[in-house]
Design a protein around this ligand. Structure first.
Ligand SMILES: [Cu+2]
Length: 143
């Protein structure tokens, strides 16, 4: 099948799927946020996401009521200089996992609506392309 046809076909299958009543096919372990000095405008959230489904899934976006915006980022190093690149999504193959960790993938939490301290618990919503939305509670800690 040509790629556009294939994409349409996959979309069609999603539309046919009633509502995902199965137990979650995605699990998230150890979500945490690195504590930052007061008034820091960008914090990072880390976790491990496991895809227990038979399909490749993609984390499409994330949100939190405690931040104005959440983006998917990856820290990349080129010729000794590291910078953060915005990701349009984060793919996880069937049976595999992806680890968001310092120096790699992370959720960039922009413009906190309040100061966060170690021990605070922050709710994050993760939206996947199989229409599953997962709520996780990330703990703020130093490392
Ligand atoms: Cu970032």
């Amino acid at each position: 099948m040509k790629q556009p046809v294939k994409i349409l076909f996959v979309l069609f299958l999603f539309l046919l799927t009633p509502i995902n009543t199965k137990a979650s096919e995605i699990s998230v372990t150890n979500p945490w946020i690195r504590e930052a000095p007061p008034n820091t405008q960008m914090l990072a959230a880390y976790m491990e996401i496991i895809n227990n489904s038979k399909h490749t899934i993609q984390l499409e976006s994330a949100a939190s009521a405690d931040f104005e915006m959440v983006m998917i980022h990856r820290t990349e190093t080129h010729e000794g200089m590291s910078h953060m690149a915005k990701q349009s999504g984060l793919q996880i193959k069937s049976g595999e996992n992806v680890i968001l960790e310092p120096g790699g993938y992370h959720l960039m939490l922009m413009n906190p609506k309040r100061n966060l301290q170690a021990g605070d618990k922050i709710k994050l919503q993760l939206q996947f392309d199989n229409r599953e939305a997962i709520a996780v509670t990330a703990v703020v800690r130093k490392k």
